[in-house]
Design a protein around this ligand. Structure first.
Ligand SMILES: Nc1ncnc2c1ncn2[C@@H]1O[C@H](COP(=O)(O)OP(=O)(O)OP(=O)(O)O)[C@@H](O)[C@H]1O
Length: 243
């Protein structure tokens, strides 16, 4: 088996006495799109934030995170970004007062990394809408446009692994599949994606492998095709319907 590009082992996050995440192993292979699904509070954001070394509040975090075989679990977020991890947090990370052009210009491949980030032309080819909105402020963008800008900013960093926290949240159903199809198209030999989604139905259409989280633990995981009829996944669908 090829070496995973990203691998977490014994990753545990606790807020006070409450364990929000306890995962023996989670790995992403080169060129793989892995989906992590689960209900509200399952620990999805906690997971991607812990992989980047960031958190809301002050949890205790332990365990190993390896990127391309290098242990980065004790490193601060900026050092992990410099080594090729990028996170688009829930709601997207854009500067609301800056224009689209300035938002893009502010994101650049960390110096000395040897990697290549998306240039402006590549960003516009991926998201033509951003070119049309180039001089609009971040605050004037629609939810979908803001999400595109946040993803574009992350791609400018030239990541090896992109962590996406619920890119479909708040988007109209038609846009959800559009954004997720775009995410699918990003994945290749030089870029793997870990996609966190509450929308199981949409996620299973695009991912290679699915991981189902419940109360911070992995309840089931496997290739998307095999997970489609898994009763635990079907139950997650139903959870979605009543959410
Ligand atoms: N700053 C914090 N302080 C205390 N508990 C927290 C904090 N952040 C998250 N938690 C708890 O950790 C658990 C996992 O939360 P997390 O936000 O990771 O879930 P999630 O799966 O991303 O949910 P959602 O889909 O609603 O974003 C929840 O029980 C939550 O209440």
């Amino acid at each position: 088996m090829t070496r995973p590009v990203l691998e977490a082992r014994d990753l545990r996050v606790a807020y006070g006495g409450n364990v929000a995440l306890d995962i023996p192993r989670l790995a992403v292979a080169p060129g793989e799109l892995v989906g992590v699904v689960g209900a509200n509070g399952a620990g999805k954001s906690t997971l991607v934030n812990a992989l980047l070394g960031w958190s809301r509040g002050a949890p205790s975090v332990s365990g190993s995170v390896r990127l391309d075989g290098e242990e980065i679990g004790a490193r601060p977020p900026h050092a992990r970004v410099a080594r090729g991890l990028a996170l688009v947090p829930e709601g997207g990370a854009v500067f609301l007062r800056l224009s689209v052009a300035d938002n893009l210009a502010a994101a650049n491949v960390p110096r000395g990394s040897g990697r290549r980030g998306y240039d402006e032309e590549e960003v516009y080819a991926l998201f033509p809408r951003l070119q049309e909105r180039l001089h609009h402020a971040g605050s004037a963008l629609s939810g979908g446009e803001r999400q595109m800008l946040a993803i574009a900013r992350a791609l400018r960093l030239g990541p090896r692994v992109l962590l996406l926290d619920e890119p479909s949240i708040g988007l109209a159903p038609r846009l959800v599949s559009e954004v997720l199809r775009t995410v699918r198209g990003l994945v290749g030999p030089n870029l793997s994606v870990l996609l966190v989604e509450q929308n199981v139905r949409a996620a299973i259409e695009v991912v290679d492998r699915l991981v189902l989280l419940e109360r911070g633990r992995i309840l089931a995981e496997g290739p998307a095709a095999a997970m489609r009829d898994d009763p635990r996944i079907l139950a997650a669908y139903l959870g979605e319907a009543v959410a």
